[in-house]
Design a protein around this ligand. Structure first.
Ligand code: LMR
Length: 380
């Protein structure tokens, strides 16, 4: 992709990115009774339950009251119910068992059976194509994102996991990322020289460098202390992660930039999955399907809810980039597309642009139909 083509591409996407902030609204997360987690680890026989034939250890790095944390509990509930207790799911949140990249190894060697790592962490295990999701400002809204995940592009990425001993079951959302630090960040030059924590993605490294920042890869569990001790100046996160990790206590400024996306792939150990009895696998697939609908619904609301709490905490000043400022951020980030188009694959990048056009076309068609039917009603 030539630089000018990339520019047209990103600016086309930018036209609809205004919708992102509105889409990020978040209602109260659905309540799942606390204690579900603790009961997972009780002796089932003593608790009057049949002993499970199969135990799925599900490890993750975020807090319980995040979209991923709540969805893990929903999956536990549905999986145990759908299999009449033949399967038990034990959840280990907040990096309790493993940190970011350690958890991949634990899954591959069978120490745990299920994870939901951020899509930005798959490059580290050698599947660089997943870094498509890290390209700055690539997804103008969730509709485009979900069509890409649930379509051919998402399926082709999952196929690449089998050579790593992994099977992809679902894509879960978090949301669009915002930039935080201890100084106001409006113009690109405001970011110059800031040390920023990133996940282990080469695209994210290039993104921060393009903004003049100094990126430092660090596991999620170490971000709060690193910010507190000034090892790094800032970070990028969806607001739900920012708030639930209490980063608002150690970051004076948060800029709503929506400059990138953070989502997850739910993955299992391939051998474990392939060896499950077919009826169990079907029941778990059904539980995962229902959980994914639930997860995407709560994720849509979670970031706005967290933003309200950040604002109420009065510790962090929140600034939203103006459309003009966002365009200058987008222009500064264009070279990242050119740098990674061969690593990620031009066809994958183009498939996002194509999907964005299709979504726009479908929306126009739906508007046209709505207007026509309203007109017909008025005439009658
Ligand atoms: C991060 O490391 O910032 C995120 O991947 C954490 C998560 O899983 O949401």
């Amino acid at each position: 992709m030539k630089l000018c083509t990339a520019m047209v591409f990103v600016l086309t996407l930018a036209a609809s990115s205004l919708a992102i902030a509105a889409e990020e609204t978040l209602k109260e997360p659905l309540a799942i009774p606390l204690g579900t987690q603790a009961s997972a680890n009780k002796d089932p026989v003593a608790a009057g339950l049949p002993e499970a034939e199969i135990v799925i250890k599900f490890s993750h790095v975020v807090a319980r009251d995040t979209p991923k944390g709540l969805a893990a509990e929903k999956f536990k509930q549905l999986a145990e119910q759908n299999t009449n207790g033949r399967v038990r799911v034990d959840i280990f949140p907040n990096s309790l068992l493993y940190k970011d990249n350690e958890e991949f190894e634990a899954l591959q060697n069978g120490s745990v059976q299920m994870l939901a790592p951020s899509l930005s962490k798959f490059g580290h295990i050698g599947v660089r194509e997943f870094e498509l999701f890290d390209l700055p400002y690539i997804f103008p809204n969730r509709e485009v994102l979900h069509r890409v995940m649930d379509g051919e592009a998402g399926r082709s990425l999952f196929k690449k996991l089998s050579s790593k001993g992994l099977t992809g079951l679902a894509y879960w959302d978090n949301g669009f990322k915002q930039m935080s630090s201890n100084q106001p960040m409006q113009k690109v030059t405001d970011l110059n020289g800031l040390k920023v924590r990133i996940q282990s993605s080469k695209v994210l490294e290039a993104q921060m460098k393009a903004l003049g920042m100094k990126p430092q890869v660090m596991p999620f569990s170490e971000v709060y202390p690193a910010l507190q001790q000034g090892i790094v100046d800032g970070a990028e996160n969806p607001v739900s992660n920012f708030y639930t990790q209490k980063m608002h206590e150690v970051q004076k400024h948060l800029t709503i930039s929506n400059h990138g996306y953070l989502g997850y792939a739910v993955i299992v150990n391939k051998k474990f999955w392939d060896e499950l009895p077919a009826d169990i696998r079907n029941a778990l697939n059904q539980a995962m399907k229902e959980t994914t609908d639930f997860e995407r619904e709560i994720a849509e609301n979670a970031n706005e809810d967290a933003l309200t709490k950040v604002l109420a905490s009065n510790t962090t000043e929140v600034y939203t980039l103006s459309p003009k400022e966002r365009t200058t951020w987008q222009l500064a980030l264009l070279p990242v597309y050119q740098e990674f188009e061969n690593v990620i694959g031009k066809y994958l990048i183009k498939s996002v642009a194509y999907t964005a056009q299709q979504v726009l076309k479908d929306q126009k068609e739906a508007d046209r139909k709505n207007k026509a039917s309203a007109k017909k009603k008025n005439q009658n």
